[in-house]
Design a protein around this ligand. Sequence first.
Ligand code: SF4
Length: 327
Amino acid sequence: MSDHPLLAAQGLHRSFFVKAGLFQPRQSLHAVNGVDLAVNRGEVLGIVGESGCGKSTLARMLLGLTPPNAGTVSIDGRDISTLGRLELARRVQPVFQDPYSSLNPRRSVAAIVAFPLEVHGIGTRAERRRMAIEMLERVGLPPRHADSTPGQLSGGQRQRVGIARALVMNPEIVVCDEPTSALDVSVQAQILNLLMDLRQEFKLTYVFISHNLAVVEHIATHVAVMYLGRVVEFAETAALFREPRHPYTQALLASVLTPDTSLGIPETGLGLSFPDPVRPPPGCPFHPRCPRRMAICETERPPLVRDAVGEVACHLYPASALQGNSP
Ligand code: SF4
């Protein structure tokens, strides 16, 4: 067995040039700004944060769809940029947020699920169709839907097709980017339960991206909380929910206690809306919204410090305190 984590990111950076207006110069937006992650086989890493925190860009880098400006993504210790397309597809597959736009509306459901097999030249046409229908049945879509088009299915059924398409290549890792946020609350639970069952059956490792900690609590073994392109807290799920340490994590958790968890984090708890990622605040990027900010927070960015519980980037938890006990 390998000594490496199954999936690892080291020093990942990705920036984009954006224009604020027609006559404005282009500016650099650091979508992901120095992220390290490690996911062991069988774990579920939840990555949580608001829109614009960089979690979807991070997902695309983990999938090999967006190359990093710096840093590496590796699977079993091998840089994914050195893997061939077929090997990468066999190891990591995506499930996207919006089943409406990620499925070809003109193809049948069976053809959509069989498409990755077709691209990689696996099996005959009849074998691919059989494999697709078997996988559709496994995710809860009866064979009578095989020749339907996505437009003839409900949102939940379409997401089942997206999951079947991801699993037909028999991957080890599935990166799920907001897989339930476009669905009704009752359907969200069904899809989450399905993902948990499939994890057991296919021995999958998940990266599960969401703006909603309540959703992540149900499925993740570990949670990384992102803010403006950086991880600000990381811990096992139970520890993070029992004792969130970063004030931003505490605000996210407060949102879990609102009646409608789909609302995300309540602005009332944080005072100001999410900052412009092109012009992040100096010092701790969370300081304009933080109810516990101190003078140092306005000028010095806190490093991500590791202890026995996890990792946290906040001046309330200096390295000297974490090596002993948390404050
Ligand atoms: Fe709040 Fe300061 Fe901690 Fe940032 S470093 S989260 S501003 S207390």
